[in-house]
Structures are given as C-alpha cells and as structure tokens.
Design a protein around this ligand. Structure first.
Ligand code: NAP
Length: 289
C-alpha cells in the first residue's frame, strides 16, 4: 500500500464512464517503480461537467489530466493553449497545468508511431493502408502523412474518410497523399494491401466483447514484408493479428500504442520518461485478471 503524503502530487483521467480505464494501473505502476511522489486517480466526470472540472485543476493543484470518452473534443474550449498536433487531430487527450494555465496536447499520434520506429519502420516514402476513419484513425493518419507516408484510407462510412482527408488537406498537407477506397471495393483494397508496407486497423471490429469478429480485410493480400498494426488492445492479440502472424507478418498490438501515448503524457507532467515495460505489464495484468 502506498502512503499518500502532504506533498503527493495528483494526476488522473476524466471520463464517463471511467471505471474501465487502464490508465490508473499503468501510471501508478510506473510511479511506484520510480519511487515518485505521484498518484493517478480516475475521476468520473459527467459530460455536462467537463468545463467546471477542467477549470478547477489549478485551484486544486492537480498537475495533469488525461481525457477519455466523451471529453476529448468538448474539453477544448476550456483550455488556455492547445498544441498544433492536438488542433490538427481535433481532440485533446492530455492536459498539463502549468502556472495556473491549462495546456492541451494529444499524444495518440506519437503513441502510435513510436512502436513502429522501435521496429525500425520509417514512414517516409512508404505506403500505409488505414482501415477506419474514427477518432483514433485521425491521429494515425496525421502522423503518417506528417512523417512522409502515402495513405490509402477505407472506412465503412465513406463520407467520414473523405472528411478526414479534407481536414488533412485543410491543415496544409498535400491532397495526393491520401486516396480513399470504398469499403466494398475489395479489389482495390486487395491491390493496395499487396503494395503496402503497413496495414493499420483502427475500427472497433474485433474489440472485446466481440473478439471473434474480423474486419473486412482481404487477408489473402497480406504479405510477410508488411507490418500489421491493430489499435485494439482488448483482446491483447486480436483475431486480425493472429491471422497476420500466420501469414508471417510482423505485428503490433494496440497495447503498444496505449502504453506509449501514456508514456508521453507521463513525461509531459513529470519531465521523466517512464519504464514502459512496467506500464505494459500493468496493462496486461489488468486485462488478463
Ligand atoms: P470511433 O471514433 O467511434 O470510430 C470507430 C471506427 O470503427 C469508425 O471508423 C467506424 O466506422 C468503425 N466501425 C465501428 N463499427 C464498425 C463495424 N461494425 N463495421 C465496420 N466499421 C466499424 O472510435 P475510436 O475512438 O476511433 O476507436 C476505434 C478503436 O481504436 C477502438 O477499438 C479503440 O479501443 C481503439 N483505440 C486504441 C487506442 C490505443 O491507444 N491503442 C487509442 C484509441 C482508440 P464508421 O465511421 O462507419 O462508423
């Protein structure tokens, strides 16, 4: 049991619901491993209370907060400053309270990309196929485009993929870098995957409790020279990743992104890069309990 003292610093997560968040386990494990006087607390914040809750951070002396569903977008008007990356993505997942000012950031894109770099992948000049165009896909697509990749994007609702491509263009990146493929156009998707260096699955298909579901991806096009990255972290290894492994592909689970986006938030609040192996072990333990 940890002792909370007068000088213990508080960070945490605002969500509604927040009970299932894995962030308290992973951040507290890192604080304990480093012997740092911090505690990470889950705060159930109702949707209509986000403004009051976030504006109270300076008066409570809370150092930083993560935002999860449904607060990532609605928190933005209440912040004093927002990083360029968070503005582009259109969502904030980390707030840092500095000298009474609230700075909003989004660490999902960096959390997504660093595990790829660790594998030796460099996006510049590469072709990536991204399935899905929801909130998580936005950070993935921006990061890939900024790093010099070409992206082929496919989503069940085509208009959402088109909107994402338009937003990327409006942010000043070249239009030619993103091609939209209709969800049902299996032939085009098949060719794209054959040519691709990276396949990123960003939809909810295959997520707990529907772990048996497979996204509609032409698996015969997957090849061993590509990396298959599934953002889903529950289950730890989705059906898609299991199938990709059988095809001889390198794979990355959403656990890596979850831990790394958390590590960037941790670093922003404390100035210290945390032990990501400890954080990952805490996530795996929580998910396998
Ligand atoms: P979101 O904004 O609600 O977007 C959901 C996406 O899934 C959309 O592209 C949606 O397509 C698609 N989708 C949902 N049900 C579908 C179905 N039955 N068939 C085909 N497509 C379907 O959600 P999100 O926040 O982006 O999260 C998406 C996934 O990423 C979740 O599994 C989440 O856990 C994971 N995630 C992981 C991390 C991490 O750190 N590893 C971070 C964020 C999210 P439509 O546009 O057609 O509805």
């Amino acid at each position: 049991m940890r002792v909370i003292r007068g000088d213990t610093k508080v960070v945490g997560v605002f969500g509604w619901p927040v009970e299932h968040s894995l962030s308290p386990a992973m951040h507290n494990a890192a604080f304990i491993a480093l012997g740092m006087p911090y505690i990470y607390i889950p705060f159930p914040v109702r949707p209509d209370a986000i403004g009051t809750a976030i504006r109270s951070l300076p008066s409570l002396g809370i150092v930083g907060i993560n935002l999860t569903i449904p607060h990532k977008e609605t928190v933005m008007p209440f912040l004093d400053e927002i990083t360029q990356e968070a503005k582009e993505i259109g969502a904030v997942n980390t707030v840092h309270c500095v000298d009474g000012q609230l700075l909003g950031d989004n660490t999902d894109g960096r959390g997504f990309y660093q595990p790829l770099e660790t594998m030796g992948f460099r996006a510049y000049g590469k072709l990536a196929v991204v399935i899905g165009a929801g909130g998580a896909a936005r950070s993935v697509v921006y990061r890939l485009i900024k790093s010099g990749a070409r992206v082929i994007l496919s989503n069940r609702t085509k208009a959402r993929a088109e909107q994402l491509a338009q937003d990327v263009y409006n942010a000043g990146y070249s239009h030619e870098k993103i091609e939209i493929v209709a969800d049902g156009d299996i032939q085009r998707l098949s060719r794209a995957i054959k040519d691709a260096d990276l396949l990123v699955q960003t939809t909810r298909v295959g997520m707990y409790p529907n772990a048996n579901e497979m996204p509609s991806i032409p698996m015969e096009s997957i090849h061993r020279e590509m990396i298959v990255y599934d953002l889903i972290y529950n289950p730890l290894k989705s059906r898609l990743l299991q199938a990709a492994e059988l095809h001889g592909c390198s794979t990355i689970s959403g656990v890596q992104m979850l831990v790394t986006q958390g590590a960037f938030a941790f670093e922003r609040w404390t100035g210290v890069w945390p032990p990501t192996d400890v954080m990952e072990a805490a996530v795996v333990e929580s998910l396998t309990k």
